[in-house]
Design a protein around this ligand. Structure first.
Ligand code: SAM
Length: 243
């Protein structure tokens, strides 16, 4: 069982720094135009995707993990909202070029091969389209051991600073790169009540889950102070180069 299996079994609805309340604040500040096509990548158990659909957006949501997606599909059914769920890898999206207006991501790109993921985000966005990505960043001293431990346990593929991410986004052809929100700490998640959380019932007796939860707590205690997060916003340039 890996970290994402753990999250899937726990049914965590907002497994990202800041939790669901941060998502709501962010969406509020973005004021996305009504009815636009939003692609959420790494939607997990679908809480944000369903919320976006409830607000009247046209929502497609992708995740690699089958158990996460099954929970997301059931959530959408319970909420009676229409979300197109697709099981796919962020680095190989089964979508045409220039297909969506907004790509929305929370705590996913760090688990991918970032160059390929950013290239895919850019490919599926329409010219002028908006990328919004909340990711964990390094905010303090990074050591080899810390990197190795975090990567091994969480399956993280990249641990970078805010300025490194900005450079990566520009390097992948995005323009108007901005940091919408930044925190030198990881903030809290898992604290917002999720009325539709679907937790696998046997987790309390599951020794594997208990062991992994303890490792998670230990790692956060040890390295949490050197980890923060940031929300990046960036645009795909328009053909006229005005964006
Ligand atoms: C930390 S969770 C965040 C889930 C959700 N965005 C949220 O905030 O609750 C990371 C999610 O990314 C998904 N994921 C990881 N690597 C992925 C990839 N290469 N392509 C698509 N999804 C991926 C995992 O299955 C998991 O659902």
């Amino acid at each position: 069982m890996d970290y994402h299996d753990l999250l899937a079994r726990l049914g965590e609805g907002s497994a990202h720094p800041g939790g669901f309340s941060a998502t709501l604040q962010l969406l509020d500040s973005l004021s996305l135009p009504a009815g636009v096509h939003v692609l959420e990548i790494g939607c997990g158990t679908g809480r944000t995707a369903c919320y976006l659909a409830r607000q009247g957006y046209n929502v497609t949501a992708v995740d690699l993990h089958r158990h996460m997606l099954d929970k997301a599909v059931r959530r959408a059914r319970k909420e009676r909202v229409d979300v197109r769920f697709i099981q796919a890898d962020a680095t190989a999206l089964p979508l045409p070029d220039h297909h969506v207006d907004v790509v929305f991501i929370e705590s996913v790109t760090i688990f991918t091969s970032w160059r390929r993921a950013l290239a895919e985000y850019r490919r599926v966005l329409k010219p002028g389209g908006l990328l919004v990505d909340r990711e964990m960043v390094i905010s303090g001293r990074k050591t080899e051991l810390m990197s190795r431990r975090l990567k091994r346990f969480y399956g993280i593929r990249t641990l970078a600073t805010v300025s490194a991410w900005k450079k990566r986004l520009r390097g992948c052809g995005f323009s108007k790169v901005e940091v919408k929100e930044q925190s030198r700490t990881m903030g809290k998640w898992g604290v917002d009540h999720d009325p539709l959380r679907e937790m696998d019932m046997n987790w309390i007796e599951d020794k594997n889950i208990q062991r992994m939860s303890r490792t998670n707590d230990r790692l956060l205690l040890r390295y949490g102070k050197r980890l923060g997060y940031a929300v990046f916003a960036a645009r795909v340039p328009t053909e006229a180069g005005t964006n």
